[in-house]
Design a protein around this ligand. Sequence first.
Ligand code: FAD
Length: 307
Amino acid sequence: AFDVLVIGGGPAGAAAAVYAARKGIRTGVAAERFGGQVNDTLAIENYISVLETDGPKFAAALEAHTRAYDVDIMNLQRAEKLIPAAQPGGLVEVQLANGGSLKAKTVILSTGARWRNVNVPGEAEYKNKGVAYCPHCDGPLFKGKRVAVIGGGNSGIEAAIDLAGLVAHVTVVEFAEQLKADAVLVKKLHSLPNVTVHTNAQTTEITGANGKVNGLRYKDRVTGVEQHIELEGVFVQIGLVPNTEWLKGTVELSKFGEIIVDAKGQTNLPGVFAAGDCTTVPYKQIVIAAGAGATAALSAFDHLIRN
Ligand code: FAD
């Protein structure tokens, strides 16, 4: 059995594995895709001390750092079920999609999250070529340009307010009749001079030319008329979904499906910790996920020496 078994190989999982392995304890990582969301990222300019890198390079560095230690890396392995320890101090079991099963004294869940897609023509084609999901990450790339934000919930309106300070103009496109964000955010949004809001607007296409976004097409759901807006960027803000479906019924989750953790990364199950985008941690960022992974590993080590 492992002392520490990490599920997920993104920034949180890699940091957890490095911290655990440095304690000289038996450490394993099972990940569906080592590197995680970072693999899909173009430029990374906010990982402190690294002025600029790109996603694939960062993912390779995560793996190299983890491989520098005695860590059993099981890549391309999807966890399907977690079985809590039968008695205090017992082993936690994780069952894999390939039929295998892993046992460990402590488990760190770091399965991350995924941005919900709008699934319209152009979205996949222009991903990272004008289509973006993270305003904290990619906002500065659109300085002085025109962008749209799809989604009028809290994350969409926060993104629109944030972007309005950076870009030339922001158009908010919301499917429903009204913006769903908190009233205080909506009020702030309406006070900004360079924002236009379209409600009852169904995005039908993200258009582009020469490999770059050049506009967004939406249908006015009241009149049925199609409109085309010229712009350079589209931020899709219709939800971040934690990869925790497989934990439903075993680990305590928030109403958004995030694993509920305390400041030490402890879940409701003894010996089971969690870190990164799959948890209730505020703000989903690489530096935050990596820090949370370190916290969870140190907490797991603390748990081991006490049990
Ligand atoms: P993830 O990176 O999501 O990793 C999750 C890991 O778990 C993966 O290895 C995955 O394969 C694995 N996994 C999932 N389910 C299972 C399962 N059932 N069994 C086994 N393994 C599983 N943040 C920044 O700080 N700066 C940026 O510039 C930036 N740009 C971004 C650009 C894009 C396009 C995206 C999508 C995100 C960006 N982010 C950025 C956010 C950042 O990537 C995440 O906050 C960070 O990757 C979270 O790390 P994590 O380890 O918690 O999860």
